[in-house]
Ligand binder design. Structure first.
Ligand code: PLP
Length: 452
């Protein structure tokens, strides 16, 4: 009774719903429809158990930056598994893949982010970031400087720490109180919340909420501000141009550590190695995961500046770590991924060639009657669906219903786009070609027509 790709889809679906609890999924609903079962993938294209070919405009979960089917990464994993499948990095031990990856990341990262603390995922990296910030300020003699300011509708992971940093009420309403010492301010979503203000005015106003919160709580109590350069899971909210420079000024003036959550934006997504490079900001700590290995192996981490890393190193043991911190196989896969990205100039290509091509096509979607705002940075974009463009109206009665309908049409038309409420978002593999971008846009337009 071997369970394999050759089993009928309905049988696989029945076993799936009987035994597998899916993340972020209504289990009872899924039991009625059955999951779509993906059996293989190559480049930007998925194959499902019924033989459909689907263009994956989400790169899995924003992670398969290099595209599917790169056997070099499988070979790197196999080589490393044979040589040294596991060893830990605790208690004064190390190994070559973790040393090589750390040196490579220090070379790629901006400013003096020269140190890496590894995790198995982005959520764990953000838990580490909470520990780093609080430990750092305690060593500096300011144990009360332990509040971390974050943003509503942000996503920083699903652990207790990550979920508390994040601002998704849907998660926090499910019996998981936000851990103490986290404070949320509003997001810079001009389309939904900007009212009569220009995007620039609104960007400044929302950034200054950070300053107001610091003044209210006390700069001696606020240790850090954390944000995604572009809010991803919140609906690809691209901030107005005034937002990040003002945030940087506020963090500098009030002595607050800046944490950039680069879990989505990192590794080429914006057409730069990091979202912070795109915005010219100088974080003290970055969370990384996803594109680090293009999703081929689970790995995440915190990139840490000299001051924070050296302060912590001088203070004795940092009592924190995961069994899989710096896992040799994941490190070997990440290294191979980064080697290919550099050799094939994937980030440069997004910045100079395919990114601008996608941007022009994506922004032209505003000609469609359902589409209000269409925004994109590098290869992460969103469109806001609206019943009335001029007033930037929402489908008030049942936010998300139209988005869900559009996503369902996309699926039927061979395209994975995600919906966040009534925003449709894309984040395709960075290797998508111009011909594939044409296909993406054609299928998106067809699906929008069918959603009308
Ligand atoms: N931070 C951001 C910005 C993310 O988008 C995500 C996941 O989507 C995470 C953190 C959590 O990462 P993981 O799912 O690897 O724990």
């Amino acid at each position: 009774n071997v369970i394999s790709n050759h089993m009928p889809t309905a049988e696989l679906q029945a076993l799936d719903t009987a035994h597998h609890m899916h993340p972020f999924t209504a289990g009872a609903e899924l039991a009625k429809t059955g999951a779509r079962i993906i059996t293989g993938a190559n480049g930007v294209t998925l194959t499902d158990s019924e033989g459909h070919q689907i263009l994956d405009a989400m790169a899995g979960l924003w992670c398969v930056n290099i595209g599917y089917g790169r056997h070099e990464l499988a070979d790197a994993a196999a080589r490393q598994m044979k040589e040294l499948p596991y060893y830990n990095t605790f208690f004064q031990t190390s190994h070559v893949p973790v040393i090589a990856l750390s040196a490579k990341l220090a070379e790629l990262a901006p400013n003096d982010l020269n140190h890496v603390f590894y995790a198995g995922s982005g959520s764990e990296a953000n838990d580490t970031n909470i520990r780093l910030v609080r430990h750092y300020w305690a060593i500096k003699g300011q144990p009360n400087k332990n509040i971390i300011i974050s943003r509503k509708n942000a996503y920083h992971g699903s652990t207790l720490g990550g979920g508390s940093l994040g601002g998704m009420s849907g998660m926090q309403n499910q019996g998981v109180p936000v851990i103490p010492g986290i404070h949320h301010i509003d997001q810079p979503d001009w389309w939904s919340e900007g009212g009569d203000k220009t995007p620039e005015e609104f960007g400044l106003e929302r950034a200054r909420q950070l300053e107001a919160a610091i003044l209210e709580l006390g700069a001696d109590r606020v240790g850090a501000f954390i944000a995604e350069p572009v809010q991803g899971a919140g609906g690809v909210i691209i901030p107005p141009s005034t937002y990040w420079p003002e945030i940087q000024r506020i963090c500098d003036e009030h002595g607050i550590l800046l944490i950039a959550d680069e879990v989505i934006c990192g590794f080429g997504r914006t057409g730069h190695w990091f979202g912070t490079d795109y915005y010219g900001i100088r974080p003290h700590i970055m969370a990384i995961a996803k594109g680090l290995s293009s999703g081929y192996a689970p790995i995440g981490g915190s990139l840490v500046c000299d001051d924070v890393a050296e302060t912590i190193a001088q203070a004795g043991d940092f009592n924190h770590g995961y069994t899989y911190s710096g896992h040799p196989v994941a490190c070997a896969v990440a290294l191979e991924n980064l080697r290919i990205m550099q050799e094939e100039k994937i980030v440069e290509n997004v910045a100079q060639d395919t990114g601008p091509y996608l941007k022009a096509k994506w922004e032209s979607l505003t000609a469609h009657p359902l589409v209000g705002e269409a925004k994109i940075v590098g290869m992460m974009g969103s469109i806001a669906l609206t019943p009335h463009k001029e007033s930037r109206a929402k489908f008030a009665a049942d936010a998300g219903t139209v988005g869900l309908a559009c996503r369902t049409r996309c699926f039927a038309n061979g395209l994975v786009m995600r919906h966040v409420g009534d925003r449709m978002v894309i984040s395709p593999p960075l290797v998508i070609t111009k011909a594939e971008i044409d296909t993406l846009i054609e299928r998106a337009l067809l699906s929008l027509d069918e959603t009308l």
